[in-house]
Write a protein that binds this ligand. Structure first.
Ligand SMILES: Nc1nc2c(ncn2[C@@H]2O[C@H](COP(=O)(O)OP(=O)(O)OP(=O)(O)O)[C@@H](O)[C@H]2O)c(=O)[nH]1
Ligand SMILES: [Mg+2]
Length: 404
């Protein structure tokens, strides 16, 4: 599963990326700091079943801290964009190629309004995050349209000659984006595109692309830099109220605060689990006044928003938008171990409709080919190939290839 970070230049995409991964990429207060995409491992946080089963786990594929399991996912930090990127402005639309593989996009927005459309720093409140959202999404749609429009007339005539459905032709053009024929057909129906493809104008195609994007690349908004609040009238808060009127999924976010917490954690200065609503300083004598100040800012953020937002957004993308669940494959249904004796070694993110056989195939193709049945390790009951798994299931697969 891949999550992409999308947004205007200089809004904090790389700060979000650094705060969620163990990598460190360049962050600076000017546009186009990031040019090449950064790919890293971030984590979603779930309650591990070890807590509920009152056993001590010994994870192999992920960390478990105090009963919270941190399961790896891929995060991609993409170069920022400016209006007109689809036609080559700024860094052009190269960045969008990097967004191709993403299953879901986090749209990082400067909710404090301290950057203009080009990403240049401006006085707080003069930037307009709502129009940023509109232009970034529009650039994305225009980019999809540019992929379809290449040699459009020729392609449509050819596909008419070959008696191919237009949705098939379009989906082939968009296959790099994992967009299938059904998505294109459903989108055509939604926007009511019934005239002959040769009569479609650019606006018809733009509406179609918008719909295709809505169906295939869901977007969550990270209302970042939410810490920048003037003491009296809070422009950030005003913008958050405006954002609510859009009826979109969004979370206030302070990726800089999450980054500070991660750095303090790496230096062993604090107790903090990503996603927590609080942290604790181990020994304030070890902290410089500057560090204490920075952590003071973080405390204010946590008090106001209950978290920095980073973990919440990653979890929401994985579980609420993509509808995933977590299952725990084991080899021994009594001890919940793998062959080496590791307890609850793997926590796997799978989609909600995953069957026992799908899980076997995901673990290993051969395990799926020789699938006999599975065992629900909690109840010790056998389950069949087509049984749909539930969140937190602990599953043993019995297969002809796993008997020896
Ligand atoms: N106050 C505040 N500043 C932030 C926050 N997140 C990022 N910034 C600052 O915003 C500036 C831009 O951050 P980057 O992470 O480089 O932004 P980007 O979106 O990756 O920028 P490009 O790569 O140039 O598109 C830096 O000065 C960051 O320190 C935040 O949550 N609060
Ligand atoms: Mg960057």
């Amino acid at each position: 599963m891949i999550i992409g970070l999308l947004g205007k230049a200089n809004v904090g995409k790389s700060t979000f990326f650094n705060s969620a991964t163990d990598l460190f990429v360049q962050v600076a207060n000017f546009p186009f700091t990031t040019i090449e995409p950064n790919i890293g491992i971030a984590f979603v946080r779930v309650n591990c079943v070890c807590k509920e089963m009152s056993i001590l786990d010994n994870p192999v594929n992920s960390k478990c801290i105090n009963g919270f399991r941190f399961i790896p996912i891929k995060l991609v930090d993409i170069a920022g964009l400016v209006p007109g990127a689809h036609s080559g402005r700024g860094l052009g639309n190269k960045f969008l190629d990097d967004a191709r593989q993403a299953d879901v996009l986090i749209h990082v927005v400067d909710i404090s309004g301290s950057t203009d459309e080009e990403g240049k720093p401006v006085s707080m409140g003069s930037g307009n995050p709502l129009s940023d959202i509109e232009f970034v999404e529009n650039e994305f749609d225009l980019w999809i349209r540019s992929l379809i429009l290449k040699d459009w007339d020729k392609v449509v005539k050819e596909s008419e000659n070959l008696k191919q459905r237009i949705e098939y032709t379009i989906s082939k053009r968009l296959s790099g984006l994992s967009i299938n024929e059904k998505v294109v057909r459903d989108s055509m129906n939604t926007v009511g595109l019934i005239k002959k493809p040769l009569d479609w104008n650019e606006n018809d195609l733009l509406l179609l692309c918008k719909q295709i994007r809505l169906l295939s690349k869901p977007i969550i908004i990270a209302a970042n830099k939410a810490d920048l609040l003037p003491s009296s009238v809070s422009s950030s808060d005003q913008n958050i109220s405006k954002l609510k009127t859009l009826n979109r999924v969004f979370f206030p976010c302070v990726s800089e605060a999450e980054l500070l917490l991660k750095r303090a954690l790496q230096k062993n200065l604090i107790y903090y689990l990503p996603g927590d609503s609080d942290f604790e300083i181990k020994n304030s004598d070890n902290l410089s006044p500057k560090q204490l100040d920075a952590l003071g800012m973080v405390s204010k953020v946590l008090k106001k928003f209950d978290s920095t937002g980073v973990q919440k957004i990653l979890n929401y993308a994985c579980f609420n938008i993509l509808n995933n669940i977590v299952v725990y494959p084991v080899e021994d249904e009594f001890k919940f171990t793998d062959k080496k004796g590791n307890v609850l070694p793997d926590a796997r993110i799978v989609s909600k409709d995953t069957t026992a056989r799908d899980l076997a195939n995901l673990i290993h193709k051969e395990l799926g080919q020789g699938f006999l049945y599975a065992i629900d390790a909690r109840s010790k009951q056998r389950i069949g190939a087509e049984h749909v798994l539930k969140n937190n299931d602990i599953i043993k697969i019995v297969s002809t290839t796993s008997r020896n």
